[in-house]
Design a protein around this ligand. Sequence first.
Ligand code: UDP
Ligand code: MG
Length: 316
Amino acid sequence: MPAQPVALSVVIPIYNEEANLPLLHQRLSQVMQGLGQSYELIFVNDGSRDQSLALVKALAQTDAQVKYVDLSRNFGHQIAVSAGLDRTLGRHVVIIDADLQDPPELIVPMYQKTQHEGYEVVYAKRKKRQGESWLKLLTAKWFYRILANITSIHIPVDTGDFRIMDRRVVEALRQMPEANKFLRGQISWIGYRQTFVEYERGERHGGKTGYTYSKMIRLALNGVTAFSDFPIKIVTFLGFTVSLFAFLMILWTFFVKYFTNIEVEKGWTSLMVAIMFIGGVQLIGLGILGEYVSRINTDARRRPLYFVRETNIEAN
Ligand code: UDP
Ligand code: MG
């Protein structure tokens, strides 16, 4: 029997969220019932090491709207969301964090904008962000601003993945095969009519963040490499600048050797400076190229993005 289409699908990536699941389910269900549309809640367990999966399965026992996908290990937030999107049926699809930093109640105005104002994407823009480390706030602030400046597409600043999308956008997203995902950028790139609603982002309800600094840096690099060649251009620019300087220095050394009587014996400092500087610039350049090459490498292997251990969603 083919699965019935529903009006709204909600995708919720889960990594060690046992402290948040009961309240999340309660608030989400209330909001969705308030909208008076058919809906499904798709929980994607991204290799949690706590009782999250057991809790989700228990919810599925009593609530027919609850569906789950249990991934074979921790694949990271972006892949977990993608795995959920792959299994949605809704005419509109919501992506929301499990820790209640994204208030489920905001789905109402977001959905209204798709219904009455004809938008295909409505994302949630953080007006204020509380309860996170100053380093995270500062790096996030600067990251989004730099990214906005070096990419040719319009990636909104201060926006996470909390949003609602039309089915067409979801299908477009699913045609983008890159393994290193930066969904918020990809969705901007896709186009259609997009707008936002603002909200104040609070603290996590319970538990602690699953986004380590290394995961954050990887996400940031995915965003930059997927949408900008600016870093490569910087390397080229640096290369030309250093070469020009080197050329002038060569002329100078020949001049000293053939047209003056200056004895250069204590050249150690200038030699060291030159070697170190050029060595550093070269290594940085290689590193930048490497970030791009490693992503080509990952995509060239064409591995599946994730594996599923268990799910209660019928194949369709
Ligand atoms: N998450 C995930 N896999 C991970 C890390 C996080 O599925 O490897 C989920 C997490 O359960 C939450 C969402 O992604 O629903 C956002 O994560 P988190 O709240 O830890 O990030 P932060 O808000 O601190 O940036
Ligand atoms: Mg969070």
